[in-house]
Design a protein around this ligand. Structure first.
Ligand SMILES: [Zn+2]
Ligand SMILES: [Zn+2]
Length: 254
């Protein structure tokens, strides 16, 4: 079975760093879980801590796994030029564009739950998916991260989820991007992978490639539940998953 994990955070939320010892633990876990590709995608706020020589050293030490350099970038409309300029010096294999904020409010953090009270009906989901569409069209990313993470705390929309998500999926398809199955949602209040099954099925219908991400913030969680994500993909009809090398997509048959 092909397994890749392109969504991992060695620097976590700043508690740990991109050190040789820490990154090596991620690599060992990725190997133990049978990943062909392991991608590091720290949050862009930790960009300064990325050390390419650490990855190069570990790649030489562990040739049995392909190590990829990525970044999870917070997408905020209007900051595209700034993002492009900031990231230009780095030889990323791929960039994950993620929406974690709507109108300056961080909706996926338990400290800011009050923000949900402002929203009724479909408004929040509409705003979220509009931003996802903009992220897709920005030309900055190869992958859209956790495509419906707006479900994280179980806040519901009124209309069917797929109806609200479809324009964003179409933007992703038109821009030629991939999405990920992010297994971490299972450990959040929503208790489900991102995206929801019906969204994934529509992505398949639209011909959108998929990659896999555990969103591990510690080595123990690298590649967590990815076999199950692969089973889901196969059920839906997917026959391959993708990884990236220097921005180019690589497909692995499932
Ligand atoms: Zn994220
Ligand atoms: Zn993440």
């Amino acid at each position: 079975m092909a397994l890749v994990d392109l969504h991992t955070h060695p620097s976590a939320h700043g508690e740990t760093g991109f050190s040789l010892e820490n990154v090596e633990q991620f690599v060992l876990r990725g190997i133990a879980r049978g990943c062909s590709d392991l991608g590091f995608s720290d949050h862009d706020m930790f960009l300064a801590g990325l050390k390419q020589e650490i990855l190069a050293n570990l790649q030489a030490k562990y040739p049995q796994i392909n190590l990829r350099l990525g970044l999870e970038v917070d997408y905020r409309p209007g900051t595209e030029a700034e993002i492009r300029q900031k990231l230009a010096p780095f030889p990323f294999d791929y960039l994950i564009g993620s929406v974690h904020e709507v109108g300056g409010w961080i909706f996926d953090h338990p400290d800011y739950m009050d923000g949900y009270k402002k929203y009724r009906g479909d408004d929040l989901y509409r705003e979220y998916f509009t931003l996802v569409g903009q992220a897709a069209r920005s030309g900055l990313f190869q992958v859209i991260g956790h495509p419906d993470v707006i479900r994280v705390f179980g806040f519901k929309c009124e209309s069917p989820l797929l109806e609200l998500a479809r324009p964003a999926l179409e933007a992703i398809r038109d821009a030629g991007l991939a999405i990920e199955i992010n297994t971490n949602g299972r450990y959040k209040p929503v208790g489900d992978f991102y995206p929801a099954r019906e969204v994934l099925a529509e992505a398949f219908r639209l011909g959108i490639p998929v990659t896999l991400g555990s969103d591990a913030h510690e080595a123990a969680n690298v590649a967590r539940d990815l076999e199950e994500a692969v089973d889901l993909l196969k059920e839906i009809g997917y026959r391959s998953i993708v990884s990236f090398q220097k921005g180019e997509r690589i497909a692995y048959p499932l």
